[in-house]
Design a protein around this ligand. Structure first.
Ligand code: HEC
Length: 412
């Protein structure tokens, strides 16, 4: 089935190529989008991990420094409690960006560290032993965000303030009285809480779109250049030679002479086509010449013959009338063409005139062909004369006609 049958080749190939490339383009963009989304997710995980490690390291470092410096915490130095400090730092960093960085626990000391439902669920998962790291994209539309949690498990150092209250520093006991505070009594290895990081998705989405747009512009540009080059190429290698060929054929058609020849500049398929065309033109020209010559010979032959020669179709219509016939019957060649052979035979011949030439030759044709016949001819001026006629018939698949060679006989 031809594609766009009403279009010319150039726009058609351009359209097909453009459509194909468009499909590829959309596919590439879509795949790129998916890939960029994956990249962004991976990058987000990396970032979240970095923040988590930094927080833990800050806490550990502060704790080591406090111990090394033998600093006793008192109510004026609560801000130096490593967990508290690292938590505050996180909150401040988050303030500089649109990230959320929190340390949460379901047995929180500070209500600001209370977990939201997602964090609550994840903490429970950690406790059930489902790894110490969890991330997910949550929410819908504008509220979509990337969320990351890493569990804090109680090690020996934590138990100082989260284990037996009796071991806790004075200031902790004062600030978080063991009777009401729920953050004591953690066993070793238990999940105390988690660092929770939240990155809004629209920010990530914007990054994805920006990258995809860049990639799409590059690919689109390349594809456009490709279409342009392809179109130039098809024009130069196929369409232009074809147009030349078409024009040459048109000229031959109009003039009827086979003189046109095209230069063969290449030896590819188009070159072969042109060569074939040239060959065809040449042999047609030869044939035409032969034909003209044989026609000329034939004309000379018939025109110079002394006998009248008349060819007519099976229905009697005259198609050839030579000079001798003209002299015999007194009709010019022009007058005779299209006349019926019956008009040249005397009305006395009832056989012929009653049933008409066509039926007459159908019935008597075979008989008439066998031997010389005698007819009474009738001239243009109505006078009659005796004729000796030898009839022959030419028969091909497509047509048949009779040729009568006639001579006037003098009445005995
Ligand atoms: C010097 C005492 C001290 C030590 C040691 C300590 N914490 Fe805490 N922890 C606190 C205090 C005080 C808070 C309350 C912070 C606030 O008000 O924001 C807290 C809060 C937390 C929170 C936030 C939830 C809440 O209760 O508000 C987590 C999680 C936490 N600690 C985990 C740990 C882990 C894990 C360790 C061991 C690596 C540890 N802590 C060691 C004193 C301590």
């Amino acid at each position: 089935m031809p594609v766009f049958p009403r279009l010319r080749l150039q726009p058609r190939t351009n359209l097909v190529v453009a459509a194909t490339l468009l499909v590829f383009f959309l596919l590439t963009v879509w795949l790129d989008y998916r890939q960029q989304e994956r990249f962004i997710l991976e990058e987000s995980i990396e970032k979240a991990r970095l923040i988590a490690f930094q927080t833990i390291r800050t806490r550990d470092y502060l704790s080591a420094q406090l111990q090394a410096g033998n600093v006793t915490l008192d109510s004026d130095r609560v801000g130096l409690i490593p967990v508290l400090a690292s938590n505050r730092i996180g909150v401040q960093v988050a303030g500089d960006t649109d990230y959320q960085i929190r340390q949460v626990s379901d047995r929180y000391r500070n209500p600001a560290n209370a977990p939201d439902p997602f964090e609550q669920r994840t903490l429970q998962q950690f406790r059930r032993g489902a790894g110490d790291e969890y991330y997910q994209i949550t929410g819908a539309d504008a509220a979509r965000s990337f969320r990351y949690l890493q569990a804090f498990r109680a090690d020996q150092s934590c138990l100082e303030c989260h284990g037996d209250p009796a071991d806790a520093p004075q200031v902790i006991q004062e600030l978080y009285p063991p009777e009401t505070d729920r953050a004591y009594h953690y066993p070793l290895g238990e999940v105390i809480g988690a660092i929770s990081i939240q990155i809004p998705m629209d920010r990530l989405q914007r990054q994805v779109l920006a990258r995809v747009r860049n990639d799409a512009l590059t690919t689109g540009g390349i594809y456009l250049a490709l279409i342009f080059c392809l179109s130039l190429l098809t024009r130069a290698t196929v369409l232009h030679p074809l147009a030349l060929l078409g024009a040459a054929i048109g000229r031959i058609n109009r003039s009827g002479t086979f003189v046109e020849k095209l230069p063969v500049e290449r030896d590819d398929e188009i070159g072969e086509l042109i060569e074939g065309f040239n060959g065809m033109v040449e042999s047609l020209a030869d044939k035409q010449k032969e034909l003209t010559e044989s026609e000329a010979r034939f004309r000379i032959l018939t025109e110079t013959a002394r006998d009248g020669i008349i060819s007519f179709l099976p229905d009697g219509k005259i198609i050839l009338f030579n000079q001798a016939a003209s002299r015999l019957f007194g009709y010019s060649k022009m007058e005779s063409l299209g006349m019926s052979i019956a008009e040249l035979i005397h009305p006395d011949n009832r056989d012929l005139h009653e049933i008409g030439a066509e039926a007459y030759f159908r019935q008597h044709g075979q008989q008439l062909l066998k031997e010389l016949q005698r007819f009474v001819g009738r001239r243009r001026d109505g006078s009659s004369f005796s004729l000796e006629v030898s009839l022959s018939r030419v028969e091909t698949d497509e047509y048949s006609f009779y040729t009568a060679i006639m001579r006037k006989v003098d009445q005995e």
